[in-house]
Design a protein around this ligand. Structure first.
Ligand SMILES: [Zn+2]
Ligand SMILES: [Zn+2]
Length: 366
């Protein structure tokens, strides 16, 4: 095979186009060529498709990918953890790479805010070589410096893709926030990020976890992941009712930690009211600029809230995520999140499913 098929985003809000790209005849030193085994479709892909993030086209979407190594460039013989890498190994990798030596990487230790940072499936045009820099394709090129992780035999591809970038995001966000032992945690939103935040909070020692979201099958998934209480926002439609419901479950005080995983600005106004006085509010769901909302800062001062933001994740979060998935597969069914499988030819259908915000997780199996 000398070419690889890819589903390409050429115009916003228009169907992805199937294109063929030449495979590199030889991979450069430190790089790798991987045959895609499964690519996750993330909610961010829908926002990218709609043109809601500043990117230049054409691109191959897909920043949650597992594949098998086809070719290894000179000098690339170990993964990020020091484990040996060989042709045929099943691997995953961080979609974004930071430079490691700028003001934010080196001096302020905020590598996710590195100005040089670019992500596969988001930040690389596919009309120039090596083309294959996104998951919606038969092959994926891993540039030198990519943080690659070999996957152990007993860690299913479905677990890795079912967890997707949401788990790394939740691990990073909750690390910044801190969960106290037996804390009451409220998770706003039962999509992939909300489910991942629930799992991380639960395993971090939360005493009670309350999840708000819809539709029913997502809340059912939240129950499977150990939510103590779920509040269906289709039944409990007004913010006042939902705030009252949370207070009712927390002896009238509100939660120690509230995690916003919705991405809609009004959710933030509501979430701040769900925090107890002196509590913490993690705003994790606003990857897109969804606009502004009227917010009374008096709430933050009066309630002595800590408001925390968190962007993307670092390689160490993916490493922890993979260890966590392997160790807790019986407890947190991330593999079961993979609900709909599609071929590359069906990429538009798959993206449409995710855009309806109804399915747990659609994936491409090229
Ligand atoms: Zn994502
Ligand atoms: Zn940097």
């Amino acid at each position: 095979m000398s070419t690889a098929k890819a589903a390409v985003l050429e115009r916003f809000n228009a169907p992805l186009q199937l294109r063929h790209y030449a495979l590199p005849s030889q991979v450069e030193a430190g790089a790798a060529l991987v045959r895609t085994e499964m690519a996750g479709i993330c909610g961010t892909d829908v926002h990218l498709w709609k043109g809601e993030l500043p990117i230049t086209l054409p691109i191959i979407l897909g920043h949650e990918t597992v594949g098998r190594i086809e070719q290894l460039g000179e000098g690339l013989d170990k993964d990020w953890t020091g484990r040996e890498l060989r042709v045929g190994d099943r691997v995953t990798w961080n979609s974004a790479t930071s430079c490691g030596h700028c003001y934010y990487c080196a001096e302020k230790r905020q590598p996710t805010r590195c100005p040089q940072r670019r992500a596969y499936g988001i930040g690389y045009r596919c009309d120039c070589a090596p083309h294959l820099l996104g998951g919606y394709a038969e092959f994926h090129y891993l540039r030198p410096g990519t943080t690659i992780f070999g996957l152990p035999e007993d860690l299913a591809t479905e677990s890795v893709i079912g967890a997707g970038c949401a788990l790394n995001t939740a691990i990073h966000g909750l690390e910044r926030t801190g969960i106290g032992w037996r804390d009451t945690v409220v998770v706003q939103g039962a999509g992939p990020v909300g489910i991942a935040a629930l799992a991380v909070a639960r395993s971090a020692g939360a005493g009670q976890v309350i999840v708000l979201g819809a539709p029913a099958h997502r809340l059912e998934m939240a129950r499977r992941f150990g939510a103590d209480h779920v509040i269906d926002i289709d039944d409990c439609q007004s913010p006042a009712e939902r705030i009252a419901a949370v207070r009712g479950l927390t002896r009238g005080h509100g939660a120690d930690v509230v995690v916003e995983c919705v991405g809609a600005p009004p959710a933030v106004v509501e979430g701040a009211e769900m925090c107890r006085a002196g509590g913490k509010y993690l705003i994790l769901g606003h990857y897109c600029d969804a606009g502004t909302v009227a917010f009374n800062p008096h709430v933050v001062t009066r309630k002595q809230l800590q408001v925390i933001g968190s962007w993307s994740s670092e390689p160490r979060h993916l490493q922890t995520a993979l260890e966590f998935l392997r160790a807790t597969a019986g407890e947190f069914p991330f593999a079961a999140m993979v609900s709909h499988r599609f071929t590359l030819e069906q990429a538009n259908e798959a993206l449409g499913m995710t855009a309806g915000w109804k399915v747990a997780k659609s994936v491409l199996v090229p």
